[in-house]
Design a protein around this ligand. Structure first.
Ligand code: ATP
Ligand code: MG
Length: 356
């Protein structure tokens, strides 16, 4: 079998991004040759340091190389100034727009032997809803009134539901291949508030339902839940969820809330996904409080690298990384300080590479 070569952009960014992205590169390089995968890496700039050097947080070069030359990317983290700085805006938000990365995918998972195992993934629509940022403020006799547009389209709702269905099927395939799981069959929960917002969330709900009703998702159970009751159940009974699909705002809130269920931000990966392209991104930030000490937990990044591979249709390679990470956590001997251990980033990486 001819080896497939994947070109991966590496955007370390700021703070601990510089410490964890190299770990992501190393785990990809360490994948067994029998998988038939080769990697080429290209270092790319973005972030606060880049802004200070070049006056832009996301150089055009970074975008054009990602577009024309890369199959996927790993994005570390970027610091943002505490007060607004003219000309500075978040590079990851801009990247999502420029590359039309319409889905933000966040798996939240414990090891199966945890006292209360959870294994869910939140699929958040990434391009519209209240985040179209069309806000206005006007003066009235009673003081100012501010308004924001909440935009929901059939097209965006349909494609986010479709990718959620595909993720549910893929998770089922990985389970069937012997990966231990707490779930029996694939389930997608459509989240909305259409009892109040009957037009916008109503459209999201009906479109998502339709997209998931096609024959190829015949095996996928679909249920729906109002977002507020979902938050309650998410905390009381997180094991009940497999794949959650939500409009942008609810998805944003749910995915941070769910991340709190698993102990440390240092464990939680994400991916920004578009047609044929995926950026893996740990869900933590640049963590200035621990930067430069060599103690950042690399697992969120290692899992993000695996998640990126899933969306490049390399499930077998992804499964190897997940298994090596889970084995490290199950044993619990070499854990970074955020998990109560004393291991350095390097020791955790070495342990996981050894298990690969
Ligand atoms: P930013 O503005 O870049 O988001 P932040 O100050 O909000 O930075 P986060 O990166 O969001 O910091 O992290 C929040 C907390 O979680 C910090 O105390 C940080 O040290 C801790 N943390 C985040 N990521 C990791 C990691 N990979 N390993 C260990 N601790 C982490
Ligand atoms: Mg933060």
């Amino acid at each position: 079998m001819a080896a497939r070569t994947l070109r991966i952009g590496l955007i370390s960014g700021d703070g601990i991004g510089k410490e964890v992205i190299p770990a992501g590169r190393r785990i990809l390089e360490a994948l067994p040759a029998s998988l038939g995968l080769k990697f080429e890496f290209v270092d790319l700039k973005a972030g606060w340091e880049t802004f200070q050097e070049q006056g832009v947080a996301l150089p055009d070069e970074t975008v054009s190389i990602l577009k024309s030359d890369c199959d996927g990317a790993l994005f570390g983290a970027v610091s943002s100034p505490t007060t607004a700085v003219k000309g500075y805006s978040s590079p990851i938000v801009a990247l999502r727009k420029k590359l039309d990365l319409y889905a933000n995918v966040r798996p939240v998972k414990t090891v199966v032997s945890a006292p209360r195992p959870i294994d869910m993934v939140i699929v958040r629509e990434n391009t519209e809803d209240l985040y179209v940022k069309e806000e206005t403020t006007r003066d009235t006799p009673d003081g100012k009134v501010a308004e924001a547009v909440k935009r929901i389209s059939q097209r965006a709702s349909s494609r986010i539901a479709t990718i959620a269905g595909e993720i549910a099927l893929r998770r089922q395939k990985i389970r069937a291949a012997g990966s231990p799981s707490i779930h029996k069959g694939p389930l997608v929960t459509v989240t909305h508030k259409s009892n109040v917002l009957s037009q916008t969330d109503g459209l999201f709900r009906s479109t998502a339902r339709e997209a998931l009703a096609v024959p190829r998702f015949g095996e996928v159970a679909v249920e729906e839940q109002i977002v507020d009751s979902m938050v309650y159940k998410l905390f009381r009974q997180p094991e009940a969820y497999d794949v959650i699909v939500a409009p942008n705002l609810y998805g944003d809130i749910l995915s941070d809330g769910a991340a709190a269920l698993v102990g440390s931000l240092g464990l939680v990966p994400s991916a920004n996904v578009g047609e044929g392209f995926a950026i893996g991104e740990p869900c933590h930030g640049s963590a200035p409080d621990i930067q430069g000490q060599g103690i950042a937990n690399p697992i969120a990044t290692l899992r993000s690298a695996a998640l990126m591979l899933e969306f490049l249709n390399e499930e077998a390679a992804a499964a190897k990384i997940y298994a090596a990470v889970d084995a490290n956590l199950e044993e619990g001997k070499l854990l970074s300080p955020d998990l109560g251990g004393t291991a350095k980033t390097e020791e955790v990486v070495q342990d996981i590479l050894r298990r690969l």
